[in-house]
Design a protein around this ligand. Structure first.
Ligand code: AMP
Length: 477
């Protein structure tokens, strides 16, 4: 069940408390978080009384027109952008999930993956709960409704104690915003503030998966929501509680390697710094005799800059990326070799011809992209291609919110580095060491990372929580 595609997602979340145009701030924040999920997006707002939702499949800028936003007008808002590889990618699973519960009307948006969601769901279903989506997030909503606690913050804390896995989530009730992180702090969640403007009684409090969302809405970064912390912002001000005892921290190192934007702070550390250092470290560990360093854009760019500066080999944009690929395109009837990758990337022949190239990417997953790119660079005239990867071989799937294929499909789980080199057709191939990766992302030893995708050693058990008590309220969901 754990390897089910249904429960594998990548997402971004945003929340706004007390702003006259909360819906617009949520929209802009989601736009900045678009890279965290391109399949569907949603916003739920409140004017203090009524929750108003809108969600749809597609990109943020296409979903939220002026007209849609005008109907969402409110002073509080949460938003979500979602990507799921799943068969079940329907609108039904788009977030936020809005429900009428016995604790009032709430909507919830979640980034991460609950590893015991299937078990909890099965148990609740045998007890009569009816689920409306395939999303693990809905489990939290049911647990909130089933909680014997009477207030929403207590019920939420109770629910969060029962789920296991990765969650950075935001929730909205008519007059409050809630933000919480799992006790291990897998996914990032930052808190910020937009200073009040004339006519506003108070500062606006915001939460987002990455601080690049703050930059667009003029918010200042204040701090991370801490692992195991639940922050509630409401008429009483900002309150914080730790709903669970601290667990060994295991923040996702892949946020620094690939997932987050370089202009963001995640887990309190600048992604740009980590990523450049990954490249520098890679150059120290795996030097190459070459004429130019070429990144696979965009994911390899920052590490390639680090590699170039450390090695002294000139950095060149030898591959150009087309950023305007829609979801559907018309393929010529006569198959063009590597059509898919050519839609996205094209080599710069004048730069590559006759050159020995160090090609930098952040990761090899199945190996199919690297194989096509190496062939493309050779066809453009490169003399040698030395592939360098700014993280260790990916040998195990992620169960904490990053989309990865099953172990069977992960090339490094099944082939040696030499076999992979041969498969992708490079002259040489080297990965960054685990030690080098950790060193590059270290931040005065403040953050300790989950590296399960490189080690196969997972920080959570698959066991489920103790009894989930059914309560009479469940029919209200
Ligand atoms: P592959 O062809 O399967 O080896 O894919 C490798 C490419 O996928 C690299 O260029 C990575 O930047 C990118 N990549 C790695 N992990 C992910 C992910 N979780 N989601 C989307 N793309 C990814």
């Amino acid at each position: 069940m754990l390897s089910s595609d249904k429960f594998r997602e990548e997402c971004g979340v945003i929340a706004i408390y007390a702003h006259p145009e909360a819906e617009k701030l949520a929209y802009l924040g989601l736009h900045a978080l678009q890279h965290r999920g391109q399949e569907s997006a949603g916003i739920v707002t409140s004017d203090g009384m009524t929750l108003r939702p809108h969600k749809a499949m597609g990109l943020v800028a296409d979903i939220f027109t002026e007209e849609v936003l005008s109907q969402l007008h409110g002073t509080l808002a949460i938003g979500h952008t979602r990507y799921s590889t799943a068969g079940d990618s329907a609108l039904l699973n788009a977030q936020p999930i809005l429900v009428q519960s016995n604790k009032g009307r709430v909507a919830l948006a979640h980034n991460g993956n609950l590893v015991n969601a299937p078990d909890i769901r099965a148990r609740l279903e045998t007890q009569g709960s009816i689920f409306q989506t395939n999303s693990d997030t809905e489990v939290i909503v049911h647990l909130i409704a089933l909680s014997k606690e009477h207030t929403l913050p207590e019920a939420m804390a109770d629910a969060l104690r029962r789920v296991e896995g990765a969650f950075s989530l935001v929730m909205i009730s008519p007059d409050r915003i809630f933000a919480a992180r799992d006790p291990r702090g897998f996914r990032p969640l930052a808190m910020g503030r937009v200073p009040r403007q004339e006519g506003q009684k108070q500062d606006t409090i915001v939460f987002a998966s990455e601080t690049c969302a703050f930059d667009l809405i003029g918010a200042m970064y204040e701090r991370e929501v801490k692992p195991g912390e639940l922050v509630v912002v409401g008429p009483e001000g900002i309150t914080s509680r730790f709903y669970a005892p601290a667990a060994p921290q295991s923040s996702c190192i892949f946020e620094h390697v690939y997932f987050s934007r370089p202009d963001s702070l995640v887990f309190g550390r600048a992604v740009q710094e980590s990523r450049e250092e990954l490249g520098r470290q890679l150059a120290r560990e795996a030097p190459a005799e070459a004429d130019i360093v070429v990144p696979v854009p965009d994911s390899g760019v920052t590490a390639a800059m680090g590699y170039a500066s450390e090695s002294g080999i000139p950095f060149r944009f030898g591959l150009i990326r087309n950023h305007y690929i829609g979801r559907t395109f018309i393929e010529p009837r006569q198959t063009v070799r590597d059509f898919g990758v050519k839609l996205k990337l094209n080599p710069v022949r004048s730069l590559l011809e006759g050159k020995r190239v160090v090609l930098i990417d952040d990761s090899i997953v199945r190996g199919t992209t690297s194989r096509k790119i190496v062939r493309m660079i050779r066809n453009a005239g490169a003399r040698e291609v030395h592939m360098r990867i700014s993280c260790p071989p990916t040998i195990s799937p992620c169960f904490y919110g990053v989309d990865t294929p099953s172990k069977r499909e992960l090339i490094a789980a099944n082939k040696s580095v030499e076999e992979i080199r041969d498969f992708i057709g490079a002259d040489s191939l080297a990965y960054l060491s685990l030690q080098g990766l950790k060193k590059a992302c270290e931040d005065g030893a403040q953050t300790s990372y989950c590296t399960a995708c490189y080690t196969g050693s997972y920080p959570t058990n698959w066991v489920d929580v103790e009894d989930i008590q059914p309560a009479a309220v469940r029919d209200n969901l």
